[in-house]
Design a protein around this ligand. Sequence first.
Ligand code: GDP
Length: 454
Amino acid sequence: MNTIAAISTPRGAGGISVIRISGEDAFAIADKIFSPISTKLAPSQMNGYTCAYGKIIADKEYYDDCILTVFKAPKSYTGENVAEISCHGGIAVTESILQLIYSKGASPAGAGEFTKRAFLNGKMNLIQAEAVMDIISAEGKASLRCAAALREGALFSRINAVSVKLIHLLGEIGAWVDYPEENIPEVDSHAMTETLSLAADELEKILADYDCGRIIREGIDTAIVGKPNVGKSTLMNLLSGCERSIVTDIAGTTRDIVEESVRLGDIVLRLSDTAGIRDTEDIVEGFGVKKAQNKIDSADFILAVFDNSEPLTAEDIEIADRCAERNAAAVINKTDKETLLDTAYIESRFRNTIYISAGNGDGLTQLQNVLSDIFKTNSIDFNKGILANERQRGCVRFALKALNESIAALEQGYTLDAVNILIDDAENSLLELTGERTSEAVVNEVFSHFCVGK
Ligand code: GDP
């Protein structure tokens, strides 16, 4: 395979940037551009897992001081020879060193190509490779823990345990079907059904955690709704800890949807503060109100805000009714002021009502607890191996479907070779999940979502 190179740190000014070179010629290229100071050894003579201080110099031109780290195949991230140059962070310095590396024979690395090579060289399975991507993009502690558990092999172990059972069964059935003259005892259909049911149960358990995992990973798509002036922008600012949307006393000033992610305990909320829902003649504002209504219909979760210091209005009732069938919580705001709101009515419309003062921050912990309860993120064990994406879920679903069909086929007295085909389908799907048996197209698709340099 050709030797590739890319900048593995984010583009921009920073203390340090890392340029990674991977492939057979990694050290030969490093020899041409690295002039060691802390050692007499050229990069190609250095031992694996060692580093040296030196200068990047080529054709008498000085580029930067750097640290060069050497990893020898197969003991590297990619499984190939890898040289990593830690130079000063900065667009011009890293770009010019990278161009120099290209001019000495390396090719630009494609998206995720280092990790793809790690997968192809057997350094990690496909679930672990996907976990690398999730570790990088994790925003909250919980999503990081989920991704780290997958990187450690937690989901692979669960899937593999099922896979091993199926392979054993396939072996037994295969022997019986293929060598009828050998007097191999027929596989007991009760025992077979039991094994298949246990495997199906485990896959069902794995699927059941998917939604919770998705919420932990991607955050909860949350809409903050309420009539104008109840304190939606103030609540949003409180949650995000910064002045994000404009807070004013004039009704209807939050005209569009403002979106951002905030972390509340273990959960990431993807918040959108929508224009207040109310009938309006104003065209610009009217556009915002339409968006707000759409947002209520599409959000995972709605925080419906009411003003504790004002009597209940028709608009409040409309909002409460709109939220009735949805996953929503009522937020009664401005509890620092005298209560004029009919809070009993609001409580009767929502399963969860939270009392807060967005102005001074009272009640924020209660909001956090209610969210953890609703989304059950308190009770989930992040380390147990939770499916990380639609691809993985699709594979498990297909495997489960095939297993259930094989159980039904057994019950209906189908021949063993028909049952065998269904179990084989299930097994293939699990192997596609782990990447042990998968098409190039799937592998390319997985790595196309990575960034260059990873
Ligand atoms: P929005 O139109 O729903 O986004 O409401 P804003 O966030 O713009 O708030 C409207 C007014 O209510 C502003 O003057 C806020 O300072 C005030 N406000 C918001 N939350 C509280 C609160 O908890 N207590 C008090 N006393 N005032 C608040």
